[in-house]
Write a new protein. Structure first.
Lengths: 303, 181
């Protein structure tokens, strides 16, 4: 080898070593990056899928104010503006004690029903980890309506109902989330002896992303037969189906929906839904949800 | 032949001998968006970076999900809607600080210049900015700030909140590196 060749070889060797230096530095960084639990977020846009709960909870120190409207049946004709005249409202406040635990109170004008809820998300879906998010919901309802029959002995406990549900959800990808809601509703007093005080339903729902700010939701509570004999207003009790459209704008989530349930909480959805879909017994409604940050976090929070 | 081998050997050893690397795994990167409607601020305390004192090369790597906001909902929207961190989990920077070796001469703070490429949300942008660096023997301190625009990185802002997010966002970087053995 000539001297010139030797020099070229050495210089070339040095050059090869330095050219990949930046990538080497990056590789060094990657090898040191630890694996922190990577939780899945925003499985649904809000704490309610359509009428019933979703697995989402309110953030720690946040207050969620929700105004739900449900109107009358679309087939009640144009004089009733297709149900708009018969409007009912639920006002609800939910506070996040922690990112996983919330408590809420609310009142529905339909049935003059007060409700109190505890919601606990005890398992979170992870990317490459836990496959589902699990949230338990427990609510107590108290009717404040006048007694139907003031003459007889009416107990306060007769006003009370409960519902418990286990919400199981999986975010398939950023476009689709699915949820199962086995739900139990208990009424202290029922109309007929053959009505079960405790009835159960299997709920299933999905949320499909349309744009980054909008989603299409479907919610179905299937009520197995032979649990209730009585009718409500002459109509038999049916399973509940709701279809909703979520629009999220910064701090607000607007939900527009149609459903065959007149009521807006699980107590109505399961066991008091009488709308016959094929008959046009469909209610239009919309929810407005707003989050206020009551307690600002001082230190970094794990999402 | 002996001479060639010796030359190569010395070159390699000298390269290794001067290749001083400094590392940090908790550099602070924060950004600030100011508009008449609202101010948005977030901080990431877990950025990693390596500096090569000999060559002036510097790289940064950070997880987008590690940016923390005062409001949990803002953090969720940032990750889900804006930077889409499930698809683009990291932001990286690869660059060079010119004349970095000058900081070895004293414990003063030097005003140097860094140029490089910032990659975020799948898009890469050139960044050039002054940087203040101080050499303290076993540590190196660096700080700099620069301005980026969400539009550069293809971050889509819905019309409803266009007035809430500044067109130019100020990014501040603070890092204390330790000698990496």
């Amino acid at each position: 080898m000539t001297n010139l060749n030797r020099v070229i070889t050495v210089v070339f060797a040095i050059f090869c070593i330095t050219a990949t230096a930046q990538d080497d530095l990056m590789a060094l960084l990657e090898s040191k990056q630890e694996n922190t639990p990577n939780y899945v977020t925003a499985t649904f846009k809000g704490t309610r899928l359509v009428s019933g709960h979703s697995v989402e909870t309110v953030g720690k120190g946040d207050l969620n104010f929700m105004i739900n409207h449900r109107f009358g049946r679309l087939n009640s004709g144009w004089r009733n503006l297709f149900g708009i005249d018969n409007s009912t409202v639920r006002l609800g406040f939910t506070y996040g004690i922690s990112d996983d635990l919330s408590i809420g109170i609310g009142r529905s004008s339909f049935g003059k029903l007060f409700d109190g809820t505890v919601k606990w998300r005890f398992l979170r879906q992870q990317i490459d980890g836990t496959p589902v998010t699990l949230t338990a919901v427990s609510a107590i309802y108290a009717s404040s309506a006048e007694w139907e029959n003031p003459q007889r002995e009416n107990l306060f406990s007769s006003r009370i109902s409960y519902h418990n549900a286990l919400l199981i959800a999986r975010k398939i990808n950023k476009n689709l989330s699915l949820q199962l809601m086995p739900t139990i509703v208990h009424r202290n007093v029922v109309k007929k002896a053959n009505d079960n005080n405790t009835i159960y339903a299997i709920g299933a729902g999905s949320s499909l992303k349309i744009t980054p700010s909008t989603r299409l939701n479907v919610e179905y509570y299937y009520l197995p037969e032979n649990q209730l004999e009585s009718t409500i207003g002459g109509e038999s009790v049916k399973s509940s189906l709701s279809v909703g459209f979520d629009i999220e704008t910064g701090g607000h989530v607007f939900q527009l929906h149609v459903t065959n349930s007149h009521g807006m909480t699980e107590k109505y959805l399961v066991g008091e839904t009488t709308g016959d879909l094929f008959n046009g017994d469909i209610h239009f409604g919309f929810n407005v949800s707003r989050v206020f940050t009551v307690k600002k976090e001082k230190k970094p929070q794990q999402l | 032949m002996k001479k060639l081998v010796l030359t190569l050997f010395i070159s390699c050893v000298s390269l290794l001998g001067f290749s001083q690397k400094y590392l940090t795994q908790n550099a602070t990167i924060s950004f600030f968006s100011e508009t008449p409607i609202e101010n948005i601020e977030a901080t990431n305390n877990q950025a990693s970076s390596v500096i090569n004192l000999k060559t002036g090369e510097v790289v940064f790597s950070l997880l987008m999900k590690a940016f923390t906001f005062e409001k949990a909902l803002m953090q969720e929207h940032f990750n889900e809607k804006y930077v889409e961190s499930d698809d683009y989990p990291k932001a990286t920077f690869k660059g060079t600080i010119q004349d970095l070796e000058i900081i070895l001469s004293s414990n003063e703070t030097f005003d140097l210049f860094v140029t490089g490429q910032l990659t975020m949300h799948g898009k890469t942008k050139n960044v050039e900015t002054p940087v203040k660096i101080t050499y303290k023997g076993e540590t190196i301190e660096a700080e700099c700030d620069f301005v980026v625009s969400p539009a550069y990185f293809d971050i889509k802002i819905p019309n409803a909140v266009k007035e809430n997010i500044a067109k130019e966002i100020k990014v501040t970087v603070n890092a204390t590196y330790d000698e990496f053995k």
